[in-house]
Write a protein that binds this ligand. Sequence first.
Ligand code: ADP
Ligand code: MG
Length: 258
Amino acid sequence: MQDSMLDLQGSAPILTTVAIKGAPGPSDRVIDVQKVTRLYKLGSVEVPALQGVSLAVERGEFVAIMGASGSGKSTLMNILGCLDRPTGGHYFLDGEDVSQMNKDQLAAIRSRRIGFVFQSFNLLPRMSALKNVMLPLAYDHGQRNGHGQSPEERARQALDVVGLGERLYHRPNELSGGQQQRVAIARALIQGPPLVLADEPTGNLDSKAGEEIMAILTRLNAEGVTVVLVTHEPDIAAHARRIVRMQDGLIVSDEVQP
Ligand code: ADP
Ligand code: MG
């Protein structure tokens, strides 16, 4: 197991927060989506949101997915994040076909291997930043991790890493949008997932807060975390090394940036 040293201040003490699981190995394809379709059924209306998407992402990549509203970006992200299953095709996550798994199996995979960040933060309003970040550890029943840290110590450190060490007891409505999204990122990172998926994480933020979020994601990627992000802002997509474009439920271009 390798320790990630997230240190946004540069000179702050080294933080050993995020233990990246699944060190680079010979099979370095984290995501392998093959001819995936997703049909939504609304009464008698069928919406073919994904019409045969194939996409491979290697460990350590930083990919931006762009495309017009309704082109299927969120549908794809939800499948990548094991929040939803494809109607057809296959999704291999770390070489394992997860496309036929049941909800409990998907939840187990999600909790250990994937950090998901939403446009709308999805924090629980009555809980402090600290409690929100500790939520994914609820099933650990207070157990200490490999570094002997309690869940609360881990959550404090994760908030420190995103620059919110001074906001532990603030509730979401006492934080700015950018700060709320940083709490959401700390929550996504608390289990040390090797893959972070972010669906328009800066969509509700001003450009300065957006850049702060991108600095965190860029730093994570530099430390070995695979990042896939959806955005419609070219300035945000410019942080990624590879840009995939979608249209009408299909990938229409896939380019590595010069
Ligand atoms: P994007 O994220 O690119 O804006 P979405 O993946 O959210 O696109 O949506 C793709 C298409 O699927 C759209 O036509 C949308 O209306 C439809 N869609 C999305 N979610 C659902 C749903 N839960 N039920 C029915 N149709 C949906
Ligand atoms: Mg969307």
